[in-house]
Design a protein around this ligand. Structure first.
Ligand SMILES: NC(=O)c1ccc[n+]([C@@H]2O[C@H](COP(=O)([O-])OP(=O)(O)OC[C@H]3O[C@@H](n4cnc5c(N)ncnc54)[C@H](O)[C@@H]3O)[C@@H](O)[C@H]2O)c1
Length: 262
């Protein structure tokens, strides 16, 4: 029970085989109460039921993280219900495979609004609450962390990925966003880190990986020679959310089967 009595928000934690859902599941198993904030209401409810079955409290909130009013609604609802937020996982993200020369402004704006704007302002709103709490308890260096923010980045923050220039730009942004937030929030005891998944079999790239040659070519690039599942990523999320990682801030843990080691 490494997250006993902790209160967490996981964005995009709805879809069954997604990374977010695996994180929700792992957090509940470790004793956290979890708010699932997802654009898909019924998936969020499904995830909440799973958390409750595991014996923890859950809150399902319909939230499009590219909309500030949804972000504020989510944060306020959690504070109203549970009075506190200890952990935020900025997991919700979207991607579409497109050659750079064909990417449209509309698609790019959409992906940047979810992946960058959403991650940035969800973090800001939650951090404001965490800072207030840190001040009220008189946090000083060396005390346990007052809050954990975990951003889902990607191998794409580190290496160029063909057909994903518009998406990879957001992950490069998340890398530096993570460092900036870590620096500004350190004095309040808030730790900010990212996870960089490699290739995970979820619905984000179903169409692309339904083509066998694409799937096999991707597998061939991975030194460990297999794709990850959400569970592989959730372990890093539990570690970053727990007190075991209190001396880590401003970094990305790559969980990529060795992809970025090459
Ligand atoms: N799957 C991979 O190979 C991979 C690799 C590297 C990084 N990532 C990152 O991991 C994160 C999760 O990816 P995944 O593969 O589990 O995706 P997924 O498509 O399986 O799940 C995404 C979840 O986010 C929700 N969502 C989508 N748009 C939203 C919005 N605007 N507001 C709130 N919720 C929204 C969806 O309903 C869904 O529940 C993303 O940030 C992604 O960029 C994934």
């Amino acid at each position: 029970m490494r997250l006993k009595d902790k209160i967490a928000i996981v964005t995009g934690g709805g879809v069954e085989n997604g990374i977010g859902r695996a994180i929700v599941r792992a957090f509940a198993k470790e004793g956290a109460d979890v708010c699932i904030a997802d654009i898909n209401d019924s998936l969020a409810k499904e995830a909440a039921e799973e958390v409750e079955k595991a014996g923890q409290r859950a809150l399902a909130i319909k939230c499009d993280i590219s909309k500030l009013k949804d972000i504020d609604h989510t944060v306020n609802a959690v504070l109203e219900e549970w009075k506190r937020i200890d952990i935020l996982v900025n997991n919700a993200g979207i991607a579409r495979f497109k050659p750079f020369l064909q990417v449209s402004p509309e698609l790019t704006r959409k992906i940047w609004s979810v992946n960058l704007f959403g991650t940035f302002f969800m973090s800001q709103r939650v951090a404001r609450h965490m800072v207030k709490r840190a001040k009220s308890i008189g946090y000083k260096p060396g005390d346990p962390a007052t809050g954990k923010i975990i951003n889902l980045s990607s191998l794409s923050e580190e290496v160029g990925t063909p057909l994903l220039s518009h998406y990879s730009t957001t992950k490069g942004g998340i890398k530096i966003m993570t460092k900036c937030m870590a620096l500004e929030l350190a004095e309040y005891g808030i730790r900010v880190n990212a996870i960089g998944p490699g290739i995970v079999d979820t619905s984000i790239a179903t169409d692309f990986f339904a083509i066998k040659e694409n799937y096999d070519a991707a597998t061939e690039r991975i030194p460990l020679k297999y794709h990850a599942t959400g569970k592989d990523i959730a372990g890093a999320a539990v570690f970053l959310a727990s007190s075991e990682s209190d001396y880590i801030t401003g970094t990305t843990i790559m969980v990529d089967g060795g992809l970025t080691a090459q």
